[in-house]
Design a protein around this ligand. Structure first.
Ligand code: HEM
Length: 120
């Protein structure tokens, strides 16, 4: 039996904990906090992030949000900001005691998305 990334992330509950920790980290990270303070409906943003990670890791929940290019178009996100967001996610995964293989799988997915997010 293979284990899906979704299962290794702790399924919907584990992903919800991760998203809470990641958003809290973004809001105190000096490199990106102003980006996230401006979000009008933070609960909706977290719902979209939960759906994105659930669907993207092999979970049954559908993703109902925008594709990554559409979501980030016109924001002029820098490489430094992208790395800061990635660091927040990696630190949240460490805090939630995910194993190195699982963390590396998520990092590979995040890296693959950069062309749709940085300076688009
Ligand atoms: C690391 C990869 C990233 C992923 C997987 C990701 C994922 C997402 C998702 C799923 C959404 C919701 C789209 C929707 O509302 O339909 C979103 C929106 C957004 N993202 Fe990202 N993102 C990433 C990087 C970044 C970076 C680097 C920044 C800025 C520093 C950023 C800032 C935002 C903002 C401001 C929104 C709009 C939120 C709103 O107004 O509702 N994202 N992102």
């Amino acid at each position: 039996m293979t284990t899906t990334l979704y299962q290794r992330l702790g399924a919907a509950d584990g992903i919800a904990r991760l998203v809470d920790d990641v958003m809290a980290a973004h809001l105190v990270n000096p490199i990106v906090k102003t980006r996230f303070e401006k979000i009008k409906d933070i609960e909706f943003a977290k719902k979209m992030a939960r759906e994105f990670f659930c669907a993207g890791s092999g979970g049954p929940e559908p993703y109902t949000g925008k594709d990554m290019l559409t979501a980030h178009k016109g924001m002029n996100i820098s490489e430094q900001e992208y790395l800061a967001v990635t660091d927040d996610i990696v630190n949240a995964m460490s805090k939630n005691k995910l194993d190195e293989g699982t963390k590396n799988d998520v990092i590979a997915i995040l890296y693959s998305l950069k062309g749709n997010i940085i300076r688009v």
